[in-house]
Design a protein around this ligand. Structure first.
Ligand code: SF4
Length: 360
């Protein structure tokens, strides 16, 4: 094994210079070694299990205007929808019958999702499906709001930070959005005991290796239980319509690096990865990813959750393609888990936390 990968495996860290060398290397042997090592670390921690998350895309309404996003409020050509609480419960029921034990309620930053609306919905799901994990992914909110939803029964929260570098963040988002606020939201979620998911795009416009290093450093600060990264894919109705999509090789490399830095993390082989390349999902799994998120939203709205061009919402990325998905996972050398798939505790991180505050 090359020295740099050996060092990353041992220390879970590298200097900025070493990260830069690894990220910018186009040596296929190094990439292969990284992938093999990341897979070994994933097997040491989670065996061959691949955890399934039922993805319910609740609403494509969003008050924000992120420059890269197909459902941003400025995209006036998009037909908007919002599932009713009854629709969402029906999606949970379908997912449960299919053996899925985590529901991910994802949507734009939709003003309809008030605390009382969300708490009532979470409480209903919690009562009806007590053995399932409830994951939320509905954007930036106040500490109090996150607390109410946690108290109502939510277990996990996904909030990709997308770009941890101030300058890059400001080139991808309108001026009314703040990176510091997003980072503080993630800090709040951790404090409240959510299994917290952060993450970022690979190959976004203007992104450099140093920006990716900033993402890794921020992940080191947050220590998320879940880390979602996927290639940037342009959307035809955004200012980035003509930009190149992020490279599959670099996305895989970042997944491998993250697996070595965060051995206990839950890392999805994202829909963006599967949408970007026909074998993207399986390559992601072979490079350390251990989660897939089949879409269980009603067929009638799937095309409208149009984050980027050619986003997959059928076949193996959806509930009706589960059999085929299971076959592909098995053929890739892994096993489908029917468990909730909570993150394992990391003894090294727990020890640091205990040192800081032994009474928590
Ligand atoms: S990335 Fe998220 S917050 Fe930004 S516009 Fe799209 S849905 Fe809204």
């Amino acid at each position: 094994m090359s020295d740099i990968i050996e060092k990353l495996s041992q220390n879970r860290d590298l200097s900025d210079d070493e990260f830069r060398t690894l990220i910018t290397s186009d040596d296929p042997i190094l990439a292969k070694e990284l992938s093999a090592h990341a897979d070994a670390v994933r097997r040491e921690n989670y065996g061959t299990a691949v955890f399934l998350r039922a993805l319910i895309e609740m609403s494509n309404c969003c008050v924000n205007n992120c420059l890269y996003c197909g459902i941003r409020r400025g995209n006036i050509g998009l037909e908007r929808y919002r599932l009713s609480p009854e629709d969402i419960l029906m999606c949970c029921e379908v997912a449960y019958q299919l053996g899925l034990r985590t529901f991910v309620l994802q949507g734009g930053d939709d003003a309809t999702f008030t605390d009382s609306y969300m708490c009532a919905l979470i409480a209903k799901i919690r009562t009806r499906f007590p053995d399932c994990a409830i994951t939320l992914s509905i954007g930036e909110r106040s500490y109090e709001s996150y607390k109410r939803m946690r108290d109502a029964g939510a277990d996990r929260y996904l909030l990709r930070h997308e770009a941890a570098d101030e300058e890059l963040y400001s080139r991808l988002h309108p001026s009314e959005m703040s990176l510091e606020n997003r980072k503080n939201c993630l800090r709040s979620l951790k404090k409240l005991g959510y299994q917290t998911g952060a993450g970022f795009m690979v190959g976004a416009p203007f992104q450099t290796a140093d920006h990716l290093i900033a993402d890794l450093r921020f992940l080191q600060e947050i220590q998320p239980e879940m880390i979602g990264i996927g290639p940037f894919i342009p959307h035809r109705s955004t200012v980035f319509a003509n930009e190149n999509k992020g490279s599959l090789a670099l996305t895989l490399k970042m997944i491998g690096i993250i697996r070595l830095m965060f051995p206990k993390a839950l890392i999805p082989a994202t829909t963006a990865l599967a949408s970007s390349d026909p074998s993207g999902r399986e390559l992601g799994l072979k490079t350390g990813a251990n989660v897939v998120m089949p879409n269980v939203s009603p067929l009638s709205v799937r095309k409208q959750y149009d984050l980027y061009d050619n986003k997959l919402s059928s076949g193996e990325e959806a509930s009706e393609g589960l059999e085929s998905l299971y076959k592909k996972i098995t053929e890739a050398g892994y096993t489908v888990s029917q468990e909730r798939g909570d993150a394992l505790k990391d003894p090294e991180i727990e020890a640091v936390r205990f040192k800081r505050n032994p009474y928590v």
